[in-house]
Design a protein around this ligand. Structure first.
Ligand code: HEM
Length: 127
């Protein structure tokens, strides 16, 4: 049958809403807000591009910014286990708000758990 591309399943509109809902939580999170810029519009634009290709859609992020090298791009920021957990909580709340559920949500969330843990570059004691 027709291969299922996660990007096609979620759709550009819901993906965009997910990212906007996510950064609204990030902006309000005491553990995350200090390491993010005040204006999150450019961050959100890049995250929409990134998640589009992460979910099998067009390579929008790489076309504009080159290879993601995501862990290296996070090196300037102290990504502690606590912040990884906070990031995932913001994403989980955003998923609730845009109505993601079932296997799609489970699968995407579990992938993001692995990616978030991969970004950790500092222990909590150094925070
Ligand atoms: C950029 C924090 C996990 C994707 C950033 C920035 C920060 C940050 C502070 C810079 C924002 C800016 O200056 O615009 C974190 C923290 C994480 C985390 C605390 C916790 C583990 C992730 C994960 C993904 C991701 C799991 C992918 C699924 C991105 C992307 C950018 C970014 C695509 C933009 C990179 C660029 O400048 O081109 N993140 N991040 N991050 N993050 Fe994360």
């Amino acid at each position: 049958g027709k291969p299922i591309i996660p990007y096609e399943e979620i759709g550009a509109e819901t993906l965009s809403q997910l990212v906007d809902a996510f950064y609204a939580h990030v902006a309000a999170h005491p553990k995350l807000q200090p390491i993010f810029p005040n204006d999150l519009s450019e961050t959100a634009r890049k995250q929409k591009q990134f998640l589009t290709q992460y979910l099998g859609g067009p390579n929008l992020y790489s076309e504009e910014h080159g290879h993601p090298r995501l862990r290296a791009r996070h090196n300037p920021f102290a990504i502690t286990p606590t912040r990884a957990q906070a990031w995932l909580e913001c994403m989980s709340e955003a998923m609730d708000e845009v109505g993601l559920n079932g296997m799609f949500r489970e699968t995407l969330y579990n992938r993001l758990v692995l990616t978030a843990h991969h970004m950790v570059n500092e222990s909590d004691s150094e925070e």
